[in-house]
Design a protein around this ligand. Sequence first.
Ligand SMILES: Cc1ncc(C[n+]2csc(CCOP(=O)(O)OP(=O)(O)O)c2C)c(N)n1
Length: 680
Amino acid sequence: MNAERRPSDAAAAPTPRERANAIRVLAIDAVQQAASGHPGAPMGMADIAEVLWGRHLRHNPANPAWVDRDRFVLSNGHASMLLYALLHLSGYDLPIEQLKRFRQLHSATPGHPEVGETPGVETTTGPLGQGLANAVGMALAERLLAAEFNRGPHAIVDHHTYVFVGDGCLMEGLSHEAASLAGTLRLGKLIVFYDANGISIDGGIEGWFTDDTPRRFGAYGWHVIDAVDGHDAAAIERAVLAARANAERPTLIVCRTVIGYGSPNRAGTEGVHGAPLGADEVAATRKALGWTAPPFEIPEAIAQAWDARATGAALERDWRERFAAYERDHPALAEAFGRRTGLDGHALLPADWIGRIDALLGEDLGDTPVATRKAGQEAIGRLASLLPELLGGSADLTGSNLTNWSGCREVTATQPGNYLHYGVREFGMAAAMNGIALHGGYLPFGGTFLVFSDYARNAIRMAALMRQRVIHVLTHDSIGVGEDGPTHQPVEHAASLRLIPNLDVWRPCDRVETLVAWISAVERVGRDAGPSALLLSRQNLPALVIDPALRPHVRRGGYVLRDASDARALIIATGSEVMLATEAAAALAADGIAVRVVSMPCTALFDRQPRAYRDSVLPEGLPRVAVEAGVTDVWRKYVGLDGAVVGLDRFGASAPASALYREFGLTADAVAQAVRRLLR
Ligand SMILES: Cc1ncc(C[n+]2csc(CCOP(=O)(O)OP(=O)(O)O)c2C)c(N)n1
């Protein structure tokens, strides 16, 4: 404790407890003012936060984007006031007025931390367990980026990832996926503080959470420091030092804490988890803590002791000097690092991206039939040479998803690379990819079967909310899966993924559309940033986008694939059913009925096109039929109540794919019939 006293004002220097109490009072005052929020965890974890942020965290409040900062993740996001207090006290651009407006519209202090809303917030948390999995992705990205760019004496990537978790995070199944992966990969610079306060919302956890958590993490291969008194700064300090000294394994520090520490009548009870203390208890808590300053006022000495701006600026300045030396010795690497990490506003896409993509789209891709999952693999191979930041993987379905490419290198505990075997951990993979994207330096993509996207769904949603460029390769995209049967045949998944705002869902019909889907997903940077899901077929599909002039149109998400000047109806289709639409159109044409075929691989992207373009593709007054091997409701938006949808509003069955398409009436004939009925 003496170590932090400055010689000049030894008498005035606040104690760690006094510094921690600043967090406690800010949390209770902000929650009281908002009349909503969670004071218990911030009060319980304040002493831990004081040690970590006050003595270890390497960050620069003036530049939350400094690439080599330590990452701090508050996985128990309901404790948001803990983080806001820390950011405010450290000197981030989060003035006290914002804390007074906790949880109010357009404030920088939303109910749960949201990346992009508050400077210094590394990831959006609140859905318990996901912050931990994000942090695994961040620590992994740090490890890989360091291996890729550090050279000799130049350690330009060298930081830790610190995480706070509560009982709730560790009850979530996701914590198993994330911790198991981190243990296997030996992510030694990941340090997790477990707020073991024995309380969750329903009360004392002994009725629903009696795992031996230290042994559980030990079994994952973690370094576990058990039974640390989470209110003893010296004990916490020792634990952090021991954690940092172990570079071989991730560390779990089990901190015994009291929820609502400092509140005379509520501490240690579920009553302090998620409700304001009330005016009387706030006053009693102030008294118990010996805190005399009025609400939202921090005594000068304490404010000064927290102020991290000077040390933060010095840390970054030192890094910039080291980076300049690196740049002198390794100019090409430094340039690549700058682009990959968006250093100082550097564009994320490679120089001459447009020219290279034009060249790619000008190539002859051939006209042989191909499963779009295979076309996806070809696209990855083409893009990998342009994008060394591609960090691929699969949830144990590499040979089915076809997410690997020639020249990819497997990541293991001892070997860096650019391809991850995530194991059968769909949710863990998706949440870790969010962390990788948030960390920067890599463009993560990962594969599984479309039907299992449900396992990952909340992490996909979080990527969309956080506007992170993450690419989900979701293969086996319909009853076309065939013999594996209804457990493996997605029916509602394409539709339900399309309901997630800011997620681009692609269901391409052939090689050209698949390549365009990949390019569009890569291009989601800046204003259009966000995740993409590429829904790819198991079965072979014919080449349909033959005319090279069509290729730029594919990039608008929906376009006229086959036209007829005297079209009397139009058919909208996606993926494997575009083939049915073109066959139906041919059959109708033979009967003298001209129809237009619209391929709509990405409805979200089509919806972002200007009105005039959309109207030109889907003109008013032309009867419309949609066909997709999935639930029909979503297509009402495009065909209207008077249109028809050929789809599948039931689960599939186990049989060869061709038998299923016939059985469920997903045929060119059925599509043609639907058009005829409409015209009658
Ligand atoms: C996935 C998920 N499920 C449920 C919730 C709602 N919730 C928020 S906090 C909480 C209890 C968490 O308990 P703990 O981690 O022990 O937090 P503490 O009571 O110590 O603050 C729950 C169920 C949530 N935020 N996320």
